[in-house]
Design a protein around this ligand. Structure first.
Ligand SMILES: Nc1ncnc2c1ncn2[C@@H]1O[C@H](COP(=O)(O)OP(=O)(O)OP(=O)(O)O)[C@@H](O)[C@H]1O
Ligand SMILES: [Mg+2]
Length: 512
């Protein structure tokens, strides 16, 4: 997944709604035929999947949802977002019908009508349980946050008094929102509660096109942290029982569920006053989103990335990683089937076609130390794999020698490769100088605090220096071991090849 990966784009066509039915609209405006979408009187467009109707399960099952959840457990960031005009079915697809209002006889939310988010929550925990059971030494931690962008302002949906939150930029993390409540969730019910609480707090309003119209863009983010203790024990490479042989590889997967507010024509929605102001904000941020998609799509075609206006809206800043960044992404375009909404549906499908050309570059999110420990582990595993292969090759060769077939042929003069004891390698301490204790003596309390902090930093640096030196040493040892074993492996393969040639020649002579 490290190289380019296109965005998965699927389309969902909802059934005609009450208003469209009462107007007598035809449902022939947009139709699904397999993975193709047919616009009345226009060309067909092909997507990764296309769905018609109210069936919520098929949207989850027949898209890449499971693969995205799996990727998050492996440390990738993955984003699912719903796009389309107002009333087209985005919230229905992501959450379910007016989430929480459709209850069965026992008062529970009917599971058949649940959207992608609650289904993903359940599947995530089910996958997590089976992963934990099958991979010893790996543990997972889940936490979640939920925000909305309302009138270009960021509000915390898990703490309604927290509004107008600032957005910052970090070299490694990109754009992020400061001060959001992040809830640790140990069970599926706890994560479900986060989803329900945030969804309940989101701004909703009524207009002629949708009585439960989302007036904000919402992003529910689930952090999936995995921790694995990696012991780099490899006696043959000189790595056995040394202190500091254990390293924790920590990956930071992330799932973002984005339910956009829909574009809206005021002449059709009839929004006025506050509603009209909300509409202006929604439309202008969607306009920037459209420009970002167009710029990235053009880059996907030409191979040259021009200016991408991520910074022109809060929404596009927060989606930067999902569009042209290091996330995996799936976009679900929602449209009405009505012939009266053909223009809007056509616009949505054009954006979706452009989004299909966007290339992301998904990478596992982990710290430098974790990444080094992970590559040391894979190098160690590779060395051990080669050693096993060499043992098998030795056995194969000695059984051939024992069979006496080689008498008279000089092809098998064995070359032994004794294990070399390895030196300690060049342990490099790549860390910077420690922090000195402040020279000026102000109030005693402050000085003490600073001293404690300085000692803490010094101890931390010393620890990192030791860890770094150990990893460098382990890397050198494993690298040497790898070269040694690989040379032996190549030599054994050569011998076998020569031997095969000898047999072929001998058979040939016998025939003649
Ligand atoms: N696939 C579907 N099957 C049945 N009903 C649907 C479907 N999609 C949407 N609906 C219904 O259509 C109405 C509008 O849907 P929804 O609120 O999800 O639209 P939206 O795209 O989120 O709009 P907005 O941008 O205004 O928030 C709701 O009453 C919803 O239950
Ligand atoms: Mg909505």
């Amino acid at each position: 997944m490290a190289s380019g990966s296109g965005i998965t784009v699927v389309v969902r066509v909802r059934p005609l709604n009450e208003m469209e039915n009462s107007r007598g609209d035809s449902a022939d405006g947009v139709r699904c035929m397999g993975d193709r979408v047919v616009l009345a009187g226009q060309r067909q467009l092909t997507f990764d999947a296309a769905f018609g109707g109210p069936d919520q399960a098929q949207v989850f099952e027949r898209t890449e949802m499971r693969a995205l959840l799996d990727a998050s457990l492996q440390g990738f960031a993955a984003t699912v977002f719903a796009y389309g005009q107002t009333g087209s079915g985005k919230t229905y697809t992501m959450s379910g019908p007016e989430y929480g209002t459709e209850l069965d006889a026992s008062g529970a939310i009917t599971s058949a009508s649940e959207g992608i988010i609650p289904r993903a929550v359940r599947h995530l925990f089910a996958m997590l349980d089976s992963y934990t059971a099958s991979r010893s030494g790996v543990s997972y931690a889940i936490s979640a946050s939920y925000l909305e962008i309302y009138n270009e302002q960021i509000n915390d949906l898990l703490n309604t008094s927290s509004t107008g939150l600032p957005m910052r930029w970090h070299a490694a993390q990109g754009f992020f929102v400061e001060g959001l409540v992040v809830v640790d969730c140990e069970t599926v019910d706890e994560l479900m509660l986060v989803f329900q609480e945030g969804t309940k707090n989101r701004k909703v309003g009524s207009h002629l096109l949708n009585k439960d119209s989302s007036r904000s863009h919402s992003i529910m983010q689930v952090q999936v942290t995995s921790r694995e203790l990696v012991a780099l024990d490899d006696p043959a490479a000189g790595l056995a029982g040394a202190p500091g042989n254990d390293h924790t590889v920590e990956t930071h997967g992330r799932l973002s569920f984005v339910d956009l507010a829909g574009s809206e024509r005021l002449d059709q929605s009839g929004s006025i006053g506050r509603g009209a102001r909300e509409t202006a904000h929604i439309n202008s941020s969607l306009l920037v989103l459209g420009k970002v998609i167009s710029a990235l799509s053009a880059a996907g075609e030409s191979g040259r990335v021009g200016h991408v206006p991520y910074r022109d809206s809060k929404l596009t800043k927060l989606l930067a990683d999902s569009l042209g960044g290091s996330s995996l992404a799936m976009m679900i375009g929602c449209v009405s089937p009505s012939s009266a909404a053909l223009d809007e549906s056509h616009n949505t499908l054009q954006y979706l076609s452009a989004a299909k050309r966007i290339q992301n570059r998904p990478v596992v999110q982990m710290s430098q130390a974790s990444s080094m420990a992970a590559s040391l582990k894979s190098l160690r595993d590779e060395v051990q794999g080669l050693r096993m292969q060499n043992m098998a090759l030795h056995q194969q060769l000695s059984s051939i020698s024992a069979s006496g077939l080689l008498q008279g042929h000089g092809a098998m003069s064995g070359r032994s490769t004794p294990q070399q004891p390895f030196g300690a390698g060049s342990a490099q301490a790549g860390m910077q100088r420690t922090q000195s204790v402040p020279e000026h003596r102000y109030e005693e309390a402050r000085q003490q605090r600073e001293q404690v902090a300085a000692e803490h930093v010094a101890a931390e640096l010393a620890h990192l220096r030791r860890q770094n030196a150990h990893m460098q040493m382990a890397n050198n040892l494993l690298q040497r071991s790898y070269n040694e074993v690989k040379r032996e492996n190549d030599a054994l393969h050569d011998k076998l090849e020569r031997l095969e040639r000898v047999f072929v020649d001998k058979d040939h002579d016998d025939v003649l």
